[in-house]
Design a protein around this ligand. Sequence first.
Ligand code: SF4
Ligand code: SF4
Length: 455
Amino acid sequence: MSKAKRISGFREDLCNLCGICLHKCPVLKLPLEEAKIEMKNLIDGKESKYALYRCTTCFSCNLYCPQEANPYQLILERWNDLYKKRGAPSIYRFVVPTMDSNIWQMLNVFLSNQERRWIFKWMHNIPKPDETPLLIGNYTHLFPFIIGGSKLLDTFKPIDRIDQWEGGAYLYQGGYLDVVQKISERTKEDFDSWGVKNVAASLDAIEYIFNQVHPNEMGVIHSQNFINFNQWLLNKIESNEIDIKHELGLSVTVHDNCYSKASKGAYWETPREILKLCGCQIAEMKHNRKDSLCCGFGSGASWTKNISIIFDIISDGMKKFKEAEETGAETLVTYCSGCLYLLWATKELLRSKIKIFHIIEIVRLAMGEKLNFPQDNANRAWDIIAIITYSLFLSFLNKNFYINRITYDKDLSTFKPKKYRILRLIRYIMDFPLIKTIFSYSFQLLRVLLKSKYK
Ligand code: SF4
Ligand code: SF4
C-alpha cells in the first residue's frame, strides 16, 4: 500500500477548454472545435476518439497550452484509468524487469565479455555517502559501450539498477501512474540508504522525473540534488576539464526527445552547445525543439491491439528518419539512450544510410577515445530486433497483465538468462545479409498491412 498521495499534474482549474493543445498537436492536428470536444470528453472521462489512441506522448501540448494546464498529464490520467480496466498489453512484458523474458534478461545472451564485466560492476556498486552515483539506467544498459571504459565515468560511481525502472520514466509515458508512484517510493529508499547528497542521471528524463514528477505528482520528495549529465558535460568542456582534442567536422541533425520538452525547453540548447564545441555543424529538422516528433517509442502508449504496437512504433520512427534525411546531415544525434536503441533498430530495418550517434559517443570521439562504431551499434540493433521479434511471438501466448512486483527477487531470477534457444536461432540467422534484407522488407510490408487494419 502506497504511503504517498498521488496528485494529478493536469490543472483542470486552469483549463478553459480552448482546444489549442490538441489543435496544435503535431500528431493529432484536430480542427479547433473537434479539439474542444475531445478535451471536454477527456476531462469528463468519456469516450476519447483521438488522444488516447493516437498520442505519441511527445509532451508538446503542454508547451502549446496558454494556460499552463498540462493537458499531457490529463492524457496520462486517462491511460492510467484504462490500465486499471484492461491491464498492459502482453508485449509490454518485455520492458518489465520483474517479469520473465524481459529485454535485459534476454540481452544477457548477446553481451560481450567486456560488456558483462562493466555491467556486473555497475550492478554491484554501492556508492559511499561522499560519492556521486551516476545512474546508468535501463536504456544505456542496452548499449553499455557508449559509456563503458570512458574517462567520463572517473568522476562518478556508476550504478546500474534495472529494477529502479529509470525512476519510472518510461512507465510514466505509458500512463502507468500508480506503478510509477511505487517506483518513486522505492528509489527514495535506495537513495536514502546510500546516504548520498548528489545523484547524476544519464538522461534528462530521469533528472526531470526525480526533480519534478516524483515530488509534484507522486507525492515523494527526494533529499538529494540531481545533476543533469549533459549540463555536467558542457560545464566540463567549457572549463577544459574535458579536453576536446579533435574537432569532428560532422554535419549533424539533433533529435529532441519527448522529455526534452518537459521543463519548458530547458534541455534543448545544452546538447547543441556540446555539439558545436565538438566541431559539429547543426542542420535542424522541420520539427525540432517544442514541435519535435517522437522517435516512435511513445506511440506504444496509445495501443489498441497488442499485435500492432511494434509496427506503430516503427511507423512513427520512420517519420523521424524522413525528416532527418531531408536535412542532408550525415549524422543524427540523440541525447536520450531510450531513443538510441529504437532509432538504431529502425535504421537497420529501414536500411537508412544516416549515421546515428548518442551525444556521449560524439564527446568521446572528440576527446580522442576509441569506439568500435558503427559495428557495435549495428550488431546491438540486430540483437534488439531479434529480441523484439521473439517477444512478439511470446506475446501471442500471453494475455494482458498487471505490473504487481517492482523489485527483483533476491536471486535476480528475471535478470539471469535462460537458454533461449529459439532467440539465439533467430539472432543467428539474422547475421546473414540476405536474411536481413528479407526480414527488413517483410517487416515493412507487415507494418503497412497492420496499419491499414487497425488504425
Ligand atoms: S503529447 Fe504530443 S502527441 Fe500527445 S496529444 Fe500532446 S502534443 Fe499530441
Ligand atoms: S489544456 Fe490548455 S490548451 Fe488545452 S484546452 Fe485546456 S486551456 Fe486550452
